[in-house]
Design a protein around this ligand. Sequence first.
Ligand SMILES: [Mn+2]
Length: 502
Amino acid sequence: MTSDKQVKASHRSTPTSGEFRAFIASGWASRSAAPVPRAEVADYAARRRAVLSRRFPGERLVIPAGGLKVRSNDTDYPFRPHTAFAYLSGLGAHSEPDSVLVMDPKPGGGHEAVLFFRPLAPRDSEEFFADARFGEFWVGPRPTVQDVESQLGISARHIDSFPDVLAKDAGATQVRVVRPADGQVAHLVDQTRAQAEVSASVAQQHEADEELARYLSGMRIVKDEWEIGEMRRAIAATHQGFEAIIPGLPEAVRKGRGERWVEGLFGLYARHEGNGVGYESICASGDHANTIHWTRNTGQVREGDLILVDAGVEVDSLYTADITRTLPVTGRFTEVQRKIYEAVLEAQEAGMAAVKPGNKFSDIHAAANRVIAQRLHDWGLLPDGVTLEQTLDPEHGAWHRRWMVHGTSHHLGMDVHDCQLLLRQEYMDGELRPGMILTVEPGLYFKADDLLAPEEFRGIGVRIEDNVLVTEDGHENLSSAMPRTVDDVEAWIDRVQSGAGA
Ligand SMILES: [Mn+2]
C-alpha cells in the first residue's frame, strides 16, 4: 500500500473539463464478463496458508507485497513482490504493487485469507486516463476484485479498507507483520499497536515479527511438486540461454566489451522465456572469473580465455535457476585450464554424492572442500609442512580456502539464496530432506596477482554449479542436461557453434 512517492512534473497538464471527462469515460466496449480460470497454483497456495495458519493460531498475520521504488523522478524500478507474499498468494511476477495479504483469524479457529490490492479503476475515474503510474491508459488494466477471487480462490478487497481491518480488535488480537516487505505497512502496524496499547514492548513486538518472517523463509525449504515443476522450467530456460551464449562467443570477442554481449544474449532469453534474470548475471572472462560476483561485465572476452557465466532465468512464478558453466572461448581447454577444471569437477561430484536424505546440509561442502584441499595440497600450494588434515581443521587451518573463499551450496527457489533467514542449526546443520533444492558449486580461483599460485595458474578461475533436488534415495541433478565434463563441454561448443543445435 506504500509505493515510494514520485516527484511529479508541474509543467504537464491533463485535460480536466467536464466535457472531456464525460467524453473519455464513454464509448468503450464492455469488459469481458468471463470469469478468470482458477490458477493451477491456487490449491498449493491454500495448503501453504493452512500450514502457516496452524503455526500462528488466533493471530492476525500481515504479509505485504511491497511497493514501487522510484528509479528517478516519475519512473520506477521493475516491481518484484516480496517472496513470502508470492508464495502464500500464488501470485508471481504479475502481483500488483502495494498489495497486502492478511491472514485473519476466524472465531472458530483457522484463518481467512484476504488479499487487499488496488483493483481496476472504472473508466469514469481520473485514474483511468490521468494516472501515469497506475492508470489503464498508461500501464494497462489491472484485475478486478472478482478476477482475483476466482483466480486464487481467496477473498479480495480494495486496499483502502486495509487500515480498518488491521485496527479491528487490535488490542485483543496479536498482529504480526513481515517488516522487511514494506516499511510503511510495518510502520502502520506499529501505530495500530501503539493505539491499542498492546502490553508487549516494541522490542518484543519486533521480535515476534521477525519470528514470522523466519518461519515464512523456512517453510519454503521443502518444495512441493508444483514448485519442482517450476524449477524444471527455470532450468530448461537457463539451458537455452547458455545455448544462445555459445554461438555468440566469436562475436563477443570481435566486438570488444564482450562480457556485456554475453550478458545481453542471456538476458534476451531470460526475458523471452521467463520474467527475467533471477539475479544479475556474472559474465566473467579471464581474470574476472576470480571475482566471485563479477557483475560489472565490462571486460573483453579474449581467445584463449575461460569465460565463467553464472546466470539463471526466473520464470513468471518467480522460481529461478542458478547455474554456472566455465567455457573455453575458443572451444578447447588448454592443458592447465583442464587441470584446474577437472579438480573443480571432481570436487563437485564429491559434493553431489553427499546430497541424500539423512546427510546434513554442511556435508556437501565438507565433501567438496576435501577434494579442493587435496588438490591444492598435491600441487604444493599450501604452506610448507601443512598436512591435508591440518588445513581441513576448521578451528586452526583452512589455508586452502584462500583459493575458494565461498561455500559450496545454498538453497534455491523463488529467492536465489532461498530460506536465507533460517538459523545455522536449521540451515547448515539441518538434515537433507526429499524435496529440497540446492546448488552444488565449488570453484578454484587463481588471481592474476596471486604470487602464491603457480605462474601458469594465474588468471584462471573456474566454478561449476548445478541445481540438485534431494530425492527419497539420493538426489537428481536437475541441470544434468547441461554438459559439464571437459570432453562434453568441448563437444557442446562444437555442436552449438556448428549450428547443429542441442
Ligand atoms: Mn549459486
